[in-house]
Write a protein that binds this ligand. Sequence first.
Ligand SMILES: Nc1ncnc2c1ncn2[C@@H]1O[C@H](COP(=O)(O)OP(=O)(O)OP(=O)(O)O)[C@@H](O)[C@H]1O
Ligand SMILES: [Mg+2]
Length: 327
Amino acid sequence: MSLEAIFDKRIVFMTGKGGVGKTTLSMALAWAAQERGKNVILMEVDKSPNLRYILGKDIPVYKETRIAPRLAVFTLEPFKALEEYAALQIKVAAAAKLFLNNRFVSYFMQAAPGWRELVTVGKIWHTHQRTVGRGKNKRPEYDMIVVDAPATGHGLSFLRVPAIFADILKFGRMQSQTKDLLDMLRDPERTVVNVVSLPEEMPLNEAVTLADMAKSTMGMQVGVTFMNGVHPEPFLPDEKAACDNLLSDEAARNTLDQIWPCSGKALFDAAADRQARAQSCRQYLELAAKRLPTPIVELPYEYPGRVDMDGVKRLANLISQALCGGV
Ligand SMILES: Nc1ncnc2c1ncn2[C@@H]1O[C@H](COP(=O)(O)OP(=O)(O)OP(=O)(O)O)[C@@H](O)[C@H]1O
Ligand SMILES: [Mg+2]
């Protein structure tokens, strides 16, 4: 699969260890896709405060909210998805609501395993099925659904549940619906899983496990690994040589201390720290290239470590360039 083909997928899952930047990069990828003319919806499986921070406003749960002409966001909520599913099956929303809100039914649902994951994937499937227009003008409502998956643990396991149900259910409407979900997840034309990682030990280990699990255990297509938060080299080679010279020249250091008491040393410490970070990132990137089965897209660390909408747009540009060689 070419990297550019990621923009042609209907459903793009973004997974990775907790806190590596899944929400930030889901938003950046969604932004990049809408800049390329796609109608996009970003679906977050878990409500994230970070998406609200990026957008600078609260987003209601389970309500499609348009944030740009070609971009909507949506926060999933399993019980609401179940209500919607039940209403589609029972055909009368009020009756479905009454049934699910029954004290005994809701008590049972608290304990029942798997349904949250199943209705979550079901909602994604249902959204990708929706169309607008009629006749010749009929087309999918959304060209692309970017799914901000929860942190690993139940990060990819929510995608495993349809396969488990498909094994259990041998006949009936639910069996065929579950099969539709599986077909969607395993169809490389429609669906891809991207992994998000940081150039650090644990996130990289997790990224390797996730990429392997998505491909081997779940039979899904794996796209790229976004290596997020890469610290750039702080100095050009000439600048680094000048800096090293200055550091090894005691007289020069003393002069600096005199004209800039205290801060001179702090400045060199900060420079050394940034250099060490950049070096460590380079080492993990080399390791990642050996261990990961996917192409790697490097994305920089954005100082001061909190990405707002402007930062998302910068990252979106870099994603576009990396996947397609420029917008
Ligand atoms: N490239 C980057 N440079 C600097 N900070 C970043 C970068 N990407 C993400 N962050 C910051 O890291 C923090 C975690 O990011 P984010 O919420 O996107 O991670 P997550 O993987 O979705 O987390 P969770 O698993 O909790 O949902 C946020 O404060 C975000 O602004
Ligand atoms: Mg998140």
